[in-house]
Design a protein around this ligand. Structure first.
Ligand SMILES: Nc1ncnc2c1ncn2[C@@H]1O[C@H](COP(=O)(O)OP(=O)(O)OP(=O)(O)O)[C@@H](O)[C@H]1O
Ligand SMILES: [Mg+2]
Length: 573
């Protein structure tokens, strides 16, 4: 009902003539007039319609006006309906009082003064309209309050959900940071230990090599020396895995065709996992080539295969797959956006529980018992992936199996394949070598190897000492320098030598990828620990490069060819 809509006015009287006269008086109000000739008829109208004002004759034959008013008031719907009594008799104050007690709001005497009746009815009709309007506004207000309360409750629930989500995210992020910090410090520790250990192994291997040549060969001496060399090589393999975890190994990335690399090692994998395990490969056709150190990738695949073998003591299935994937920004793997090859190594073995799965990549974490596992296999895989610009992750379920994901970046088209195998050339020329190493043990071992190869050696214990020697002695054919030395590093020394003696060949020895930002030093490099044959091969390359460079200028001598022989895979078990 709008503010202008007419309201219903009920006129109750048993005399039709009076009803007609009331109608005539009230017509001009513009309201709807309803007439009832008896109290019963009036009640019928009341039950069907909403009535704003009731005009009741006091004296009626069946039910008088007061009784009708009392009945109306008793009904909850009509407790506020305005009832006006009209009467020619019963006009005393007592009568009026009775009328008010029965629920009347006014009393109009007969003969009716038309203006008075109209004015009274108008006031109550208007009051009714206003009350209705107020009620409607009230209902609307309550509806809006309810709506708002609901919205607020929903907003509150959403806020609480977000706070919980944020708190969870923050806790997860903190746990990840904590884990990364832990791995970082473990990496530093491992890298440092591996570096020192490498030097020790270097000396042991060098001396064993010399011993093998010095001692007359008998079956017994050969067995003993070979055993010692194998043990030292096993140690070298361990340090290399430690360096891999510490992401400080020397990597020589090449363009690698995973399928081809895999086919080259499938036999060794088959023989190392035994006949009980079936190997299946699923390589995407024309799989993109990746940029990675092939030796290290072989080692990683081998480590994963051996883990799968250990997880399937009663046989099972090993699936090695690789497919190309495009990785977008903000991906779940934490990879830089770009093109990758995702390798998966899936076994149907015993799997891992949540806790083991979380700790598996940690260095030295193993469940295989003392002497059986070093706990460096997976950490090497993770280290290699990270150092190569990729990522590794594990998904495992006890009793179902394990999947290791290895993401490696697709090689940029402009990358050229590095030269591969270089046979161990022997140098016929006897050279004068300046050997620079701060580690006495290592220096002695390398010097002895060089002498064994027929070269004359002068040793310097520091870069500064080497520079002094070079100032007074111009007879050297070659400088071999360690990189990680206190004071001046091997690379700094090489830069100084380049400025005064651009044609003097140099060889950088390092077992620790601590060259700033993994920069390419532009000089031939030999990784520690090395054996006499590797040193001989390297000297051949360096000296050959130098002789080819002979007539050229200093700039050219910076780009001497460097070939690295690819190590064979040795299974450390
Ligand atoms: N495929 C797998 N299935 C079940 N558990 C595995 C699997 N791979 C790794 N693990 C669990 O993770 C641990 C760590 O693996 P990791 O390769 O680093 O070391 P390891 O295999 O114990 O020792 P190592 O590799 O030096 O022989 C394992 O001891 C094993 O508990
Ligand atoms: Mg392992």
């Amino acid at each position: 009902m709008s503010i202008k809509d007419p309201v219903n006015i009920l006129l109750v009287d048993d005399q039709p003539a009076k009803l007609l006269s009331y109608q005539a008086i009230l017509e001009g109000l513009g309201e709807t007039l309803i007439v009832a000739g008896s109290a019963r008829e009036a009640l019928e109208h009341l039950l069907k319609k909403s009535i704003a004002v009731i005009l009741v004759d006091v004296i009626m034959p069946d039910l008088d006006g007061f009784e009708l008013a009392a009945m109306i008031r008793n009904h909850p719907r009509f407790q506020t309906t305005a009832i006006i009594f009209v009467s020619a008799v019963a006009m005393t104050d007592l009568d009026r009082l009775k009328g008010y007690e029965h629920g009347g709001v006014d009393y109009v005497p007969v003969p009716v003064v038309p203006e008075l009746l109209r004015a009274k009815v108008r006031v109550f009709a208007e009051l009714y309209r206003k009350t209705q309007q107020l009620e409607r506004l009230n209902i609307e207000l309550e509806r809006r309050v309810d709506e708002r309360t609901l919205e607020l409750a929903q907003a509150n629930a959403e806020l609480e959900r977000r706070v919980e989500e944020r708190t969870r995210e923050r806790e997860t992020a903190l746990a990840q940071v904590h884990q990364m910090q832990k791995l970082e410090s473990l990496g530093q520790l491992t890298g440092g230990v591996a570096h020192d250990f490498n030097n020790v192994l270097m000396a042991i291997l060098a001396n064993l090599d010399l011993l093998a040549r010095a001692v007359p060969e008998t079956p017994k001496s050969k067995r003993l020396i070979d055993g010692a060399i194998r043990a030292a090589e096993r140690g070298a393999a361990l340090t290399s895995r430690m360096l891999a975890f510490a992401r400080r190994q020397e990597l020589s990335p090449e363009i690698v065709d995973v399928a081809r690399l895999f086919s080259g090692m499938v036999e060794i994998l088959r023989s190392s996992i035994g006949p009980g395990i079936e190997i299946q490969t699923v390589f995407e056709e024309n799989l993109a080539r990746i940029s990675v150190d092939p030796n290290q990738l072989e080692l990683a695949i081998l480590n994963l295969t051996l883990n799968a073998r250990d997880a399937m003591p009663d046989g099972g299935r090993l699936v090695i797959a690789a497919r190309r994937e495009t990785v977008a920004a903000g991906n779940l793997h934490g990879l830089n956006p770009g093109e990758y090859v995702c390798m998966t190594v899936v076994d149907s073995g015993i799997g891992m529980d949540e806790q083991t799965m979380k700790r598996a990549p940690e260095p030295f974490f193993t469940t295989k018992g003392t002497g059986k596992g070093t706990g460096l296999g997976l950490s090497m895989v993770y280290g290699l992936a990270a150092q190569s610009g990729g990522n590794a992750s594990i998904l495992s379920k006890p009793g179902v199996g394990t999947t290791v994901y290895l993401w490696l970046p697709v090689a940029a088209a402009r990358m050229e394949a590095a030269p591969t195998t270089e046979s161990a050339l022997t140098v016929t020329k006897r050279c004068s070598v300046l050997l620079v190493d701060d580690d006495y043990m290592v220096a002695c071992g390398t010097a002895a190897m060089l002498e064994q190869l027929g070269h004359a050696v002068v040793t310097a214990a520091s870069a500064a000492q080497a520079l002094e020697i070079l100032q007074t002695d111009a007879s050297f054919d070659l400088v071999i320098t360690d990189h990680a030395m206190p004071g001046m590093t091997g690379l700094d020394l090489i830069r100084r030598i380049r400025s005064t003696k651009p044609r003097l060949p140099v060889l950088l020895v390092t077992g620790y990828a601590d060259l700033a930002g993994g920069e390419n030093p532009g000089v031939p490099r030999l990784d520690k620990p090395f054996r006499a044959d590797k040193l001989a091969a390297m000297l051949a390359v360096v000296l050959k490069g130098a002789s080819q460079d002979e007539p050229s200028d200093a700039a050219h001598s910076n780009a001497m060819p460097f070939a690295k022989s690819r190590a064979n895979i040795s299974i450390v078990k």
